[in-house]
Each structure stands twice: as structure tokens, then as C-alpha cells.
Design a protein around this ligand. Structure first.
Ligand SMILES: O=C(O)CCC(=O)C(=O)O
Ligand SMILES: [Fe+2]
Length: 196
């Protein structure tokens, strides 16, 4: 069974995608939960413009099942963090997505009907690393994998800088302010230049 055959799941993902660009209630809810977890005002991410004309991208992924017979490990997706604010990921139960906890890689358990939420680099910058962007990778298991990744990013003109409540004299901002579009371009350029 693959996620794309589960019409209901597919429709839910598309309606979340639609919501990201239109009334943005999913984005508001997610960012307010992140704010609450940090003991911040619910609307803090809205107030810094994270949801003003945000960009949402949907990526449909299919990983072939074959595992090469060489000794070299071939990743479904090599270790990376997502570049933007938050990612919602719908997958089938087939392969392993792993998240790096402080030292070890841990399998992400599949829960039917649930999304995996990855925090992206811009969330790390806003929170001054109180919330880290999740390093993750997909390991092949010899079975096909399908997933749908929905990336929610701020508008390219949004200036992302450490939230006032996440820095202090003893914990100064670790990153300078950056235009979201410049950050995304830098990360994309770095990824393509290192893979060529
Ligand atoms: O397919 C997956 O589970 C992960 C996809 C992913 O990490 C990405 O597209 O950034
Ligand atoms: Fe990713």
C-alpha cells in the first residue's frame, strides 16, 4: 500500500497545501504551538511576518526499491536539514526516515494519517538555536517509498532575525538578520555546488 493510493490522505495533504497559501490556519496553528513550547506569545511568529504571503512548495517523491550491490551506501535522501520554516511530510510506511538526535540516528515511527513535522533552518535562526533544524535522511530498505513534502517558507522579503525573547546579553544572536529569499538561495546554491 502506498500513500498515493490512499486518496483520503492525498486529499488531506492537498487541502493543507491549499490552506498554507490561503487562510493559513495550519501555519498559524503550527507556529503558535512552537511559540507555546518556548513560552512565547502565541502570535510571535505572525508578528515577525512569517506568515505574510508565505511560500508553500509541495514535493512529490518516489524512491525506487532497488538497493545497489556495491559496498557504498546509497541514500534515498542524504543527511540534510530543510531550509525554510517548517515541513509537513506525509509518507507511506515502507522505508525509514531517520532523525538525528544529539548523537545517534533514530527511526521515525510511521503513524497512519499523521504528518512528520520537520523544523527548518529559519526556525533555528528565529529561536537562536533553542529549536534546532532537524537533521534527517532517508535510508533505502529495498522497498519503494512514496512521500509528499510540504515546505512552508516565509515570503522571500521577510527578514529573519533572532526573536528578542530568544536572546539576551548572555546568549547573543548566533546569526545575523537575513532576508529569507537570500538564505534559501544560498542554501540551494551550496547544495548544487557540492553535488556537482
Ligand atoms: O521522503 C522523505 O521522507 C524525506 C524528504 C525530504 O527530506 C525532503 O524532501 O527534504
Ligand atoms: Fe528534508
Amino acid at each position: 500500500m502506498c500513500v498515493l493510493q490512499e486518496t483520503h490522505y492525498f486529499m488531506v495533504t492537498l487541502s493543507v497545501y491549499d490552506d498554507m497559501g490561503n487562510n493559513r490556519s495550519v501555519g498559524k496553528r503550527l507556529t503558535s504551538l512552537i511559540a507555546m513550547a518556548l513560552n512565547l506569545e502565541d502570535a510571535v511568529f505572525e508578528k515577525v511576518g512569517s506568515l505574510d504571503k508565505p511560500y508553500a512548495f509541495l514535493r512529490l517523491l518516489h524512491y525506487p526499491g532497488e538497493v545497489g550491490d556495491s559496498d557504498e551506501v546509497v541514500y534515498g535522501a542524504s543527511a540534510h536539514s530543510d531550509y525554510g520554516m517548517v515541513t509537513l511530510l506525509a509518507t507511506d510506511a515502507v522505508c525509514r526516515e531517520e532523525h538525528k538526535q544529539p548523537r545517534i540516528w533514530e527511526d521515525v515511527r510511521h503513524i497512519k494519517g499523521a504528518f512528520i513535522i520537520n523544523l527548518g533552518d529559519l526556525m533555528e535562526r528565529w529561536t537562536n538555536c533553542l529549536f534546532r533544524s532537524t537533521l534527517h535522511r532517508v535510508m533505502p530498505t529495498g522497498k519503494e517509498r512514496y512521500s509528499m513534502a510540504l515546505f512552508l517558507d516565509p515570503n522571500p522579503d521577510c527578514i529573519v532575525e533572532c526573536l528578542k525573547s530568544c536572546c539576551s546579553d548572555s546568549s547573543p544572536p548566533r546569526f545575523p538578520p537575513i532576508r529569507s529569499g537570500d538564505h534559501l538561495r544560498e542554501r540551494i546554491n551550496a547544495a548544487y555546488s557540492s553535488s556537482s
